[in-house]
Design a binder for this molecule. Structure first.
Ligand code: HEM
Length: 148
């Protein structure tokens, strides 16, 4: 399939547990997500504009925190479905539709987001395996960006 191998998927799912398990506080998902969006906006200041509806102008607002948690929750579900390519595909198609209709969202921003994730995750994941993560995250990000 176009997704990562089962071996890569299992490794990524296990390593993701370190940051996403219920006992890793929900808070770490928010602070991790905030770090991702801060970095994304530093690299692509224009990307800020597409999040006006969710109060990005006040980065720490409940509205933008809620947006970040939708994104992180989405990523969490996608990663946990890496071993089920048919369901994963349906989730990605659905997310692709939700992103295609958002004015100003670009494929380039998704490439940046992939780089930010691969660059940031080693700071919070022990024994981070860059190849497995890249093999698994690239088709996920490409899948969400497919309609752009
Ligand atoms: C909304 C997931 C990356 C732009 C959303 C939503 C989810 C999500 C679950 C809520 C869908 C809805 O309720 O309509 C993800 C995931 C990403 C990702 C898992 C990658 C890991 C990006 C990137 C951009 C982007 C790179 C563009 C810079 C948006 C916009 C919205 C949105 C503009 C709508 C915000 C609003 O409610 O007004 N995303 N996203 N997303 N996403 Fe993404």
């Amino acid at each position: 399939s176009k997704y990562c191998s089962n071996a890569d998927a299992n490794l990524v799912i296990n390593q993701w547990q370190q940051v996403s398990s219920p006992d890793a506080a929900a808070k770490s998902k928010l602070t991790g997500g905030q770090a991702v969006f801060k970095k994304l906006f530093a690299l692509a200041p224009g990307a800020v504009d597409v999040f006006k509806r969710v109060n990005v102008d006040n980065f720490d607002s409940p509205e933008f925190s809620a947006h970040i948690m939708r994104v992180m929750g989405g990523l969490d579900i996608l990663i946990n479905y890496l071993n089920d390519p048919e369901t994963l595909e349906q989730m990605l198609d659905h997310l692709a539709g939700q992103h295609a209709v958002r004015e100003g969202v670009t494929a380039a921003a998704f490439e940046l987001m992939a780089n930010v994730l691969i660059g940031g995750l080693p700071k919070v994941v022990e024994d981070f395996n860059p190849d497995a993560w890249s093999n698994c995250l690239t088709p996920i990000l490409n899948g969400i960006a497919a309609g752009l």
